[in-house]
Design a binder for this molecule. Sequence first.
Ligand SMILES: NC(=O)c1ccc[n+]([C@@H]2O[C@H](COP(=O)([O-])OP(=O)(O)OC[C@H]3O[C@@H](n4cnc5c(N)ncnc54)[C@H](O)[C@@H]3O)[C@@H](O)[C@H]2O)c1
Ligand SMILES: [Zn+2]
Ligand SMILES: [Zn+2]
Length: 275
Amino acid sequence: MKAAVFTEPNNPINIQEIEIEEPRSREVMVKVSHCGICHSDLSMLDLGGAGQLPVILGHEAAGTIEEVGRDVTSVAPGDKVMLTPLAFCGQCYWCSRAEPTACVEAQSFTSGLRPDGTSPFSNQGQCVHRGLGVAGFSEKTIVPESAVVKLDQDTPLDIACVIGCAVQTGVGSVFNSAKVEVGSTVLVTGLGGIGISIVQGARIAGAEKIIVSDPVAERREAALHFGATHTIDPLSDELVPRVMDETANIGVDYAFEAAGVAALVDDCINASRIG
Ligand SMILES: NC(=O)c1ccc[n+]([C@@H]2O[C@H](COP(=O)([O-])OP(=O)(O)OC[C@H]3O[C@@H](n4cnc5c(N)ncnc54)[C@H](O)[C@@H]3O)[C@@H](O)[C@H]2O)c1
Ligand SMILES: [Zn+2]
Ligand SMILES: [Zn+2]
């Protein structure tokens, strides 16, 4: 099958013919129809592959189940699914402590390999890594059964694929990590897939003020449509003083850094209220 493979630093992704295994026990093969591009894919390019070359990137994917391995019970060939980069086994140290996103299976996100050190992909005998746990820039992929979520057959997959990373990361950070309450004030820096999903999560959580910052005007406009109440252009305005103005010098209850810019972490702390 064909896949977009990142083979060497500073070389763009190439379309190559590669081999894919049959799904093992509790694994499924998915025919990928759509895959978003998350900044974490771009970071892998910037990092020169993080020691995982060759690698198939893409981890925000959706498609149709093509084959299932032994002991798979939740999906069957023909089912529409979205994929998640953080699979879980249900049995390891982390799963038994109700931390499935740290599971040994989920660690495939950073290793590009199964927990046993293998990959379902190869090229003339050479291992090709399953980048960020999914390898969505490929005609087909193989992932654990727990990495797929069955969808209604009429679900549009071009939209559903974005749930695989941006939506679950952004909305999850609001509900599971920060636990934003009704009436809160929120700051979001960076309005890509993650930031926009944080804005939507904050709106659903009932945040009263959602202040957003991004140098791109169209993204600030889009954020207003998704629930932002105040926008800041960081090219013409200083973030922390503007947030203080909007919050009667108190600072926001919750600040989310979603641009991937280290210096903004400091700004987010300085824009947050005491407590
Ligand atoms: N599970 C996770 O923790 C997880 C998951 C996905 C992505 N990420 C990370 O989240 C970050 C965002 O990912 P994305 O896919 O939304 O990226 P993206 O590139 O689509 O969006 C980033 C946005 O930040 C904006 N930006 C740049 N500099 C800025 C500044 N100084 N102030 C405000 N905004 C600024 C850009 O204009 C852009 O709109 C990346 O670092 C990515 O690696 C983490
Ligand atoms: Zn991602
Ligand atoms: Zn586990």
